[in-house]
Design a protein. Sequence first.
Length: 762
Amino acid sequence: MRKKMFGCIVLALAITTVGLVGGCETHFPHSFTLAPGDVERMHGEPAEGGYYSNWDPFAASIELTPLLDVNPVRTQHVFVATVKDKNGKPLPNRRVEWLVGEGTVGSIVEVDESGWRSTRGHKLTNKFAISHTNNFDHTLTRGNDDPSDDIVLKRGQTWCVVTSPIEGTTHMIAYAPGIYDWSKHKVFAVKHWLDVAWKLPAPAVNRIGTPHVFKTKVTKHSDGSPLVGYEVQYKILDGPAATFTPGAKPVATVLTDKEGVATVTLNQTKPGVGVNNVEIRITRPENKPCCKPAQLVHIGKTSKTWIAPAIGITKTAPATAVIGESFVYPIRVTNPAKVAANNVVLTDVLPAGIAYVSSAPKATVDGQKLTWALGTLAGGAAKSVAVTVKGTRTGTFVNVANVVADDGLQAKAQAPTRIIQPALVMTKTAPATALLCDPIPFTITVKNTGDAPAKNVVVTDQFPAGLTGLNGGTKAEFSLGTIQPGQSKARKITMKASKVGTYSNAATATGDGGLKATASSKTIVRVPVLAVTKSAPKVRYVGRAVKYTITVTNNGDAAAKNTVLVETLPVKAAFVSASNGGKLAGGKLTWQLGSLAPKASATVTVALKATSLGDLRSYSTATAYCSKASAESSTIVRGIPAILLECVDIEDPIEVGSKETYIITVTNQGSADGTNIVIKCTLPAEQDFVSAAADTKTKATAAGKVITFAPLKTLAPKAKAVYRVVTKGVKAGDTRFKVSLTSDQMTSPAEETESTHIFSDE
């Protein structure tokens, strides 16, 4: 046992030392025990050594509430103790010992036993108990549903409950052993127990100027029987001037009657609104026979609230309203008091610029003045009026409504409204000029330059003749909805022109309230018009040069941009040369002519060589942005038929009587066909015709000395035709065989003679 005790003392001292070194006031040891477990005996101060020191340097004072009170017998009373540091801060985990003074009535019923350690609070006897201040806030509900008797405990507080079945006085001592200063470690409280119960008058509310009766009832707590002759003092503490009856003074003392009731009447000396707080003291009278002095039983309070009818008014209005549009002034008349206001009359004078439309309920109208007789308005009641008006001009208008009632009641309220107006401004932009092949963009912008929203804004644009939408429409119409003040909304319209010219058209924007705005634009539509002229020879012969002159002219009223000329060469010709930097590629010549101003021209030349007969056609095409033109030329390429006539004899010389054969050769040395070629032979007198033949199968006819071959229809270039004529020499001589050739291409015959010598033996 000694060893165990010594170990506990060492542990306690160690804890004490840690507490002092660490300075932790929250967890400073509050009691000293032998061992943990069930609730055990514990010591309020440490063992030898620590006992004589200031072992809890934080605890400085203890408070106890209430210090003086009176309770009915057989009821419970709660004492609350608070241990504080030198700065007045409540300290948790501090031991408090509760002692009921010897020779006084009363017993401890319950003590604060919160905590989980074996050192937690407990009652040792009906006169002595121990508890510890709490670590957290708590609420004691007393086990019922009445929150008014709850006891709220804060951190650093603890409690003890006492009661007494008999009349008498309890002297309660609360002792905090951790407080080193003996003059501050205990506090005393007195509790008087009486067999008295009381019922104070409840707080009441009355109309000003009316009397009010207060009744306090005093009875025995034990059996509820009335107590007669108890003094009840009523005292006006504050509020409007008033007195009691009896006495006509602010303080009145009356005795309870046989019913245990003490009655007074409170009267206002001058009617006024306010609250009279009244203190009520109940005193048990002196009992001289049994030597009991007069005893204050209870001090309580009640109150009397004096009220009067009141009148209030509120009026609201929209901050802004659009001119000409109706809006509402809601007016609400209220009686915030608890008594009725009589003969309530509401008036509203509309300012100039605000026109009356209607109201609910209906008003009596006199010019701009509106009146409603609202009659009696009960306490806490309200009546509403809605006035519909509209603004007739812009500006800020303050509308004031007044309400009056009996007892001189009056109030007024005002509401400002700014009457605003939208205004539309419209612009329409378009390019000053455009090409016929281009789409023409138009931008329509509508702006609200007013100070009110422009509603249901619709734009209409009727296109002039010659302009249509991309889909072929002749009109554009669209909605812009609502346009806020200062806001702009824009839409784009794309049109196309069907012809050149100047186009002016106006668009119109409309909106609610007769809003309207217009805007127009002007666009000049132009177009470049290219023309191609081309000069070429009508006839050329194969192998000869063919020269073209090509001119591109802009006959329009707009520049022909990026003008390009392309010449497609004929296949029956060979390229020789081109002027102005023309470039050949893929059988085509191309010139980059740039931009041609209106009425301007550009001329180029091309030289070719005809390579075959026929119609030599070439095509010229000029293109520019928004324009195109072309031209065609034709040159006939001809050949030249060159007929060679040759005639030779085979046997020269011949003897009379012998035959001679003449071979006639016709050769086309030219570049064109020879047509309808006729060979005619004339024999000299010394010869006679024998026969004739041709490799072309043409027949020959003889007429005397003249032999004529049938026409040879065609002799192609480089082709030959051979004729043979056989004659017989009939007479000696130096003769001449004559051949003549005609054709379609010849204007005069070609002739050839061949000499033949005919001899005779004679």
